[in-house]
Design a protein around this ligand. Structure first.
Ligand code: NAP
Length: 274
């Protein structure tokens, strides 16, 4: 993807935890000409970037907001209103991209308007996942009421530095949080359980885990190449063989229902948080 729109920009990130640091690392490796400003109450999270000449460590969120043209908010949802309340006076004519789960564009705009100059701030909401650490995030984006197409393109360029990007309606953000934001942990759980079975049957743990993860990757790549899950099952399960025995076991233990419920409950929780 072209990154022409963010080249030369000053991009601030508040919250350099799991997601904020992944976004920063992705941007540093993908974009040559932008400057980055970072702030976090946990000062030790910032020290990893202290030696990088393209990264400026700010002593406060307010300083960061004053100096940045685009601001990425990557703090926990409970911290969003406090942070936005403090930086609102400096957000006029700037773009805010929030990755906070369950915090709607309407709420983001309200927190900024309540404490700000009264001017309408351009807001984009993004839902990445922790695959961002290896450039494999699936990030959904939706726009607030004041954002223009240029802002959507800027946000897409930024999030594409950590993986793939999808534009969605805001009403779909909760299910995307369940399916992708949380869903990556559900796959980790399944891979871990399969690796445990490998260990139970005598494999060393490290090879069992690698083989389980690569098997998951193979299934994912086949599906992304256009094979349906049903075709993968049909190509693997021979009559009276091992796979159909395992699939029957999964069916009798209601694994499909459990996986569906995990996504549905995570989606509900995202709605509750909003
Ligand atoms: N992790 C994921 O898989 C994931 C996926 C999609 C979206 N998200 C969203 O991304 C956001 C960040 O999640 P995360 O997992 O990266 O959280 P995290 O690792 O806890 O990082 C957040 C960082 O922000 C710091 N912080 C808290 N209050 C602050 C303030 N007022 N000013 C500056 N920094 C402050 C935190 O410090 P303290 O620890 O001292 O509070 C922490 O270092 C959340 O809203 C989450 O919903 C996360």
């Amino acid at each position: 993807m072209s990154r022409a729109k963010i080249e030369g920009k000053r991009i601030g990130i508040i919250g350099i935890g799991n997601i904020g640091s992944s976004i920063l690392r992705g941007l540093l490796s993908e974009i040559e000409d932008a400057q980055f400003l970072i702030a976090d109450v946990r000062r030790e999270s910032l020290s990893a970037f202290a030696a990088n000449p393209r990264v400026e460590i700010c002593s406060s969120n307010e300083e960061l907001a004053k100096k940045s043209e685009i601001l990425i908010l990557a703090v926990k949802p409970r911290d969003v209103s406090g942070v936005l309340g403090a930086i609102a006076p400096f957000m006029e004519d700037k773009l805010l991209i929030s990755v906070a789960a369950g915090v709607s564009t309407g709420e983001l705009e309200r927190y900024l308007a309540d404490s700000g100059s009264g001017r309408r701030v351009r807001v984009i909401r993004a839902m990445p996942n922790i695959g961002a650490r290896v450039g494999e995030s699936v990030s959904a984006l939706c726009s607030g009421s004041n954002a223009v197409s240029e802002d959507e393109e800027l946000a897409a360029e930024i999030m594409s530095a950590i993986g793939s990007v999808y534009h969605v309606d805001e009403k779909e953000m909760d299910v995307i949080t369940g399916l992708s934001g949380s869903g990556i942990a559900f796959f980790a759980e399944v891979i871990d359980a399969m690796a445990d079975a490998g260990v139970y049957e005598g494999l060393p743990r490290d090879s069992a885990l690698t083989i389980a993860a690569k098997t998951a990757l193979g299934a994912a790549r086949l599906i992304l190449a256009g094979e349906s899950p049903a075709t993968i099952k049909a190509m693997t399960a021979s009559p009276g063989g091992t796979t159909i025995r395992g699939l029957h076991t999964m069916e009798s233990r209601a694994v499909r229902a459990a996986m569906m419920d995990a996504v549905i409950e995570a989606t509900r929780r995202s709605r509750e948080m909003g």
